[in-house]
Design a protein around this ligand. Structure first.
Ligand SMILES: Cc1ncc(COP(=O)(O)O)c(C=O)c1O
Length: 500
């Protein structure tokens, strides 16, 4: 094992604290020369103007410097290993950005006539059909703006289908106890109630699934929402049986497709019985994301659910031209302005086209291999409840560790996570899907050197806990700020600069 040195994050200049931009204000500085006013000057009425903030003045270079310094202080997927479980923080190829910024795409107006945007419509149509093929499902809608929005839209579609078939009493949705928080939230938003189904060893507990169905009454269930591979990083091998159980009740099987990174080109959800699913294209098909956006959450559905998809739908006419179908009799209507998250869909098209079928397969194989490589090397120091190669228990594209032996020595999970920052690693997802766990998703875009560095860091932290526990408990020591009061930051954020 290589000894790693914790390093102070170096950036331009020695900047112990970065003043606010308001504090750096230079009264006479000018950043941009505006042309002379050539229209009559008009006062903005004060009710519209409200309490106006005095904006700081700067030269252009100083503004660039300020924000570049701030960005240097951040962890980023471009600069650091970022194994945030379930978030698929992978490298975003710059060709995607090039494609999305082409003026022919970036400068379109959403209300342009269709005959002037045939190239953009063609891109949408091809994205739609590629996503249909990858899912092995009948029809895709590109409308939803994120994964959670996809869940909501698909549940609306399922409910519309049942209302249309005289079964509007089907208002209960089942979800695994490891489900992402958006699953129950989406159910509630579309007026369905949620019943939790237990998991055992990270897999759906079939006996409990049957018990819940019997208690609720099969005729009241609208869908079972499953994440496969699950948020515990395991492919639910009973998926066919689960699909049969759900379908016997007359309900639909919904796949939370956030983890498609592990399935691409290997398994098609349509083949294991899924009736509706969403993609998180910003994860699986690489758009820079985080802190709420930007995203896109296309949904794929079976033929019987397709008539209820939102409008507009992108279509190809017999003569090969493209148009937006806004006139679908059974559609749930609009869920998003205009035609979806166009810029993110350009990135999605670019990524899939650049990879091709064998490239997509390579993604899932490498993502799974990388996660298993790390898990095998760490399992003796970081306990893994679901991982045991000797018993043939491997993980999918991410794994969960509950480092109980280390916690028993007197550190908390947050201590371990904070110490990782000193070694230039972004902490993994914590305390989800189970208590006291770290969920690690390395993704396929990390090199073996990056994986080895991460492994060395984790082993060294384990050693530090045994030999010099205070280092870990007082970390991070090398970052610009140490431990922020996270509760106060969330509950009492100071978001207004106090003008003196
Ligand atoms: C398993 C799972 N489902 C759903 C979502 C929601 O996706 P989004 O953040 O795009 O709304 C996430 C997001 O992290 C997720 O990890």
């Amino acid at each position: 094992m290589t000894t790693i040195k914790a390093t102070k994050k170096q950036s331009r200049g020695d900047r112990p604290t970065e003043p606010l931009i308001f504090e750096k204000h230079v009264a006479e500085a000018v950043g941009v020369d505006l042309p002379p006013l050539d229209v009559p000057e008009t006062e903005i009425p004060s009710p519209i103007r409200g309490g106006c903030t005095t904006l700081p003045s700067f030269g252009q270079h100083d503004v660039m410097g300020h924000y570049t310094h701030l960005s240097d202080r951040n962890f980023s997927v471009d600069g650091n290993f970022y194994p945030l479980g379930s978030c698929t923080m992978k490298h975003n190829p710059r060709i995607n950005e090039w494609g999305a910024s082409l003026p022919g795409f970036a400068c379109l107006h959403p209300l342009q006539d269709e005959d002037t945007i045939q190239g953009a419509l063609r891109l949408l149509y091809e994205t739609r059909t590629m996503l249909e093929e990858i899912a092995g499902m009948h029809e895709v809608s590109l409308q939803p703006a994120a994964g959670a929005h996809g869940e909501f839209t698909a549940l609306k579609v399922i409910r519309a289908y049942f209302s249309d078939h005289g079964q509007s009493q089907r208002t209960v949705v089942l979800a695994a106890d490891t489900a992402h928080g958006t699953n129950p939230a989406s159910c509630t938003m579309c007026g369905a109630s949620v019943q939790t189904v237990r998991t055992v060893d990270g897999q759906t507990d079939l006996a409990h699934l049957k018990e819940v169905i019997a208690n609720i009454g099969p005729e009241n269930i609208a869908a079972f929402m499953i994440t496969n591979p699950s948020t515990a990083g395991l492919f639910d091998a009973n998926i066919k049986e689960i699909s049969d159980i759900v379908h016997e009740t007359g309900a639909k099987l919904y796949l939370d497709g956030a983890n498609m990174n592990a399935l691409l080109g290997r398994v098609r959800p349509g083949d294991f019985g899924v009736d509706a699913m969403h993609y998180n294209t910003h994860k699986t098909f690489s758009t820079p994301h985080g802190c709420g956006g930007p995203g896109s959450g296309p949904i794929a559905v079976t033929e019987e659910l397709a008539p209820y998809l939102p409008v507009p739908q992108i279509m190809m006419s017999d003569d090969g031209s493209f148009y937006l179908d806004r006139d679908r009799e059974k559609s749930i209507g609009k869920v998003k302005s205009f035609i979806g998250q166009f810029g993110v869909l350009v990135r999605c098209w670019t990524y899939i086209s650049a990879c091709g079928p064998s490239g997509l397969q390579n993604i899932s194989e490498t993502a799974v291999l990388n996660a298993n490589y790390i898990a095998v090397r760490l399992r003796h120091r970081y306990s893994m409840p679901y991982f045991d190669p000797q018993k043939g228990k491997f993980c999918a594209h991410e794994f969960v560790t509950v480092p109980q032996e280390l916690l028993d020595k007197g550190v908390t999970l947050i201590d371990i996570a904070k110490r990782m920052i000193d070694y230039g690693v972004h902490p993994p997802t914590m305390h989800w899907p189970i208590q006291d766990c770290l969920m690690v998703e390395p993704t396929e875009t990390e090199s073996k050197q990056a994986l080895d560095h991460f492994i060395d860091v984790m082993l060294q932290i384990a050693d530090e806990i045994s030999n010099d526990i205070d280092i870990v408990k007082n970390s991070p020591m090398e970052s610009d700020i140490s431990r922020a009061d996270e509760v106060a930051a969330a509950r009492k954020p100071t978001i207004v600069y106090p003008h003196k």
